[in-house]
Design a protein around this ligand. Structure first.
Ligand SMILES: *Cc1c(COP(=O)(O)O)cnc(C)c1O
Length: 386
């Protein structure tokens, strides 16, 4: 079986985890701050706060940016549901901005049109969550210009984009955003089992997220209300959660982070081999915007065919029967039953819906062998021409 994505775990990773298991602290020890320091340094951000997942990180980001009941949060329909769910956790209202037909990222022109309309109706978003789909950075400069003009905050859901670059700078540097969120789920670029992180250059946002990650509890003498507190004193000052990462996970993260540059170049090599092998076929390979350097979390092809997706479905099923676990990223969020029940309808975001009828994610991960890749290409081209 060839999966669409998978982790690589080395002996060094295992040794790093074992070290933590044999130490005094398996959570709330030194590995988490060490991982946070290494992440912030790699991404040229001032602060990194590790969390139990990207979903938790997105929830905390919305809270830290002040998202409340009746605020609006906008995101892309072409994403994992967590990018939208985080707004609903805060009691906010969610809406979507349709995608660009070449990058499959939220389209900045459609964003501007929607902002003009929202300003007239007095319902501008408080936060926009952009998603660097497949690891390709979205149009951050255009989004930042609009955020300054219309006064909303920007969160980058960079779950796919650890190790990607935008205009020569690492994703996570938050040059054009308020917060960047990473995921370390095993199918993503590097893994901690489960895990996520928030990166920001804003000290107060970082501190707020740190507090909310651990019940809203502080022991910091400068923050306590009590005067001359006892050494065991702590105070819960906000309603927080247990969204902490363990030291076991962080040790794995530190070890994996060292291999990040190698992973990105390997993913580019695999992408180039697909490009060469699939040239001349009646399909689209992922177009790359020159301002970005993708982390190639996904390699999505588009197979032209009827709007029903019948041709793509037939080809996808045939590949799965052959043990090639192709996948579909993404079913547009607004078409899930839960979101339809909120009032979203088919036809609302036509570019995302048309993309959805054609897309197929081919296997893409650093340990994919050339033989496995050749087998993917052979099965795919046979099915395409059947
Ligand atoms: C994987 C993913 C998430 C959620 O990540 P977890 O770490 O599993 O919570 C959120 N957004 C996007 C775009 C993702 O791909």
């Amino acid at each position: 079986m060839i999966p669409y994505g998978r982790q690589e775990i080395t002996e060094a990773d295992i040794a790093a985890v074992q070290d933590v298991l044999r130490s005094d602290f398996i959570t709330q020890g030194q590995a988490v701050p060490d991982f946070e320091f290494a992440l912030a340094k790699t991404c040229k951000a001032k602060f990194a706060v590790a969390t139990s997942s990207a979903t938790a990180a997105l929830h905390l980001s919305c809270l830290a940016l002040g998202v409340k009941t009746d605020d609006w949060v906008w995101t892309s329909p072409n994403t994992f549901a967590a990018s939208a769910n985080c707004a609903l956790y805060c009691g906010a209202q969610i809406d979507f901005v349709d995608i660009d037909e070449r990058t499959y990222n939220l389209c900045a022109l459609k964003l501007e049109e929607k902002l003009i309309a929202a300003e007239k109706n007095n319902c501008l978003p408080k936060v926009l969550i952009v998603v660097h789909f497949s690891g390709q950075p979205c149009d951050l400069k255009a989004v930042r210009a609009l955020s300054l003009k219309y006064g909303f905050k920007v969160v980058e859901d960079a779950s796919h984009a650890v190790g990607a670059q935008y205009d020569g700078e690492p994703i996570g540097a938050c040059i054009y955003s308020d917060i960047t969120v990473f995921s370390f789920h095993p199918v993503k670029i590097i893994t901690t089992g489960e895990g996520g992180a928030v990166l920001t250059n804003d000290a107060s946002v970082a501190r707020r997220i740190e507090l909310l990650r651990s019940h809203g509890i502080t022991r910091d003498s400068a923050e306590l209300e009590a005067n001359a507190p006892q050494p065991w004193h702590y105070e819960q000052q906000h309603l927080g959660y247990n969204y902490r990462m363990t030291d076991i996970q962080a040790a794995l993260g530190i070890s994996q982070l060292g291999r990040l540059p190698g992973y990105i170049s390997k993913r580019h090599e695999i992408a180039q081999r697909y490009e060469l092998a699939l040239a001349g076929q009646d399909l689209l390979t992922p177009w790359q915007h020159p301002t970005g350097h993708s982390s190639y979390h996904l390699f999505v092809i588009r197979i032209p065919g009827p709007a029903t997706g019948d041709r793509r479905n037939r080809i996808g099923r045939a590949l799965r029967s052959a043990g090639i676990q192709v996948n579909l990223h993404y079913i547009p969020v607004h078409l899930h039953p839960f979101y339809k029940q909120l009032g979203f309808k088919l036809g609302a975001f036509p570019a995302a819906e048309q993309y959805y009828s054609q897309a197929l994610s081919l296997p893409m991960y650093p340990t994919l062998t050339t033989r496995e890749q050749d087998s993917v290409v052979e099965h795919l081209t046979n099915e395409m021409n059947r």
